[in-house]
Design a binder for this molecule. Sequence first.
Ligand code: SAM
Ligand code: ZN
Length: 273
Amino acid sequence: MNNYSCPLCDKSLQLADDQRSLRCDNNHQFDRAKQGYFNLLPVQRKKSKEPGDSKEMISARSDFLAADYYQPLAHKIAQLIEHKQSDQQFTMLDIGCGEGYYSRQIKQLIPDIIQYGIDIAKPAIIKAAKADKNGHYAVASSDKLPLADDSLDLIMKVYAPANDQELQRVLKSNGTLLTVTPAARHLWQLREFIYTDVREHDTQDTQFAGFELTQSERLSYSITPSREHRIALLQMTPFAWRANEQVSAQIADADDLSIELDFIINLYQPISR
Ligand SMILES: C[S@@+](CC[C@H](N)C(=O)[O-])C[C@H]1O[C@@H](n2cnc3c(N)ncnc32)[C@H](O)[C@@H]1O
Ligand SMILES: [Zn+2]
């Protein structure tokens, strides 16, 4: 049993007996890559040769996350999910999952959860699939999710783009959308190196068409990353391109820099149709 649907014709995809390919009734076939993932992003939907985050960004994020500075966030997410878990078949999708850090952390705390992860960046999905043989990972776009209607109990969206209609389509009517976004003081001390006038992030709750906000949690704590991890953290942020060599060197040399992390975790539910 799997929840995949064909990205070309929307029919359900059946897993072959040898588990090596997916096929729909219209005979569209998708072979499993050797690392264990499926590529469900049709070429015609690729807007560039290598869509999504670059290999360098993925690698910086992967090195940084491996040091578990974001583990309190992952644990908080897992706690919130645990409360929603209603049965053994509880199925979640990590949308824009990157290299799968949060999914793996959640699995450790909720071992029987069924996990899907999609990302448009193939190098990210390769990393995710290699690190977790039990997850279902696919290269796909959040604009067109290769998943069946009403098939998911939870969608997690950690700093990733989404399409409201697709979220509505794949989530069960009693399902939950969980988002993580930066709160006002997120990475304040890092941003101080880059901007002369650091502004608090705008924390107005994002609205998703067809959803209502049911719970909002803020999680704030400070970390003191190593030199190597300060650089990786900078590289994985959207403002990295603003940091010239001089600023990057200043951040690298800022020993014992304590950096605030500040997140908003929102839970939404579909408005009954
Ligand atoms: C800031 S990263 C967050 C990754 C991961 N959730 C994390 O927090 O570690 C955003 C991710 O969204 C992916 N992405 C960007 N556009 C996408 C799209 N249209 N569909 C799916 N993934 C996309 C990127 O490749 C990247 O891995
Ligand atoms: Zn098809």
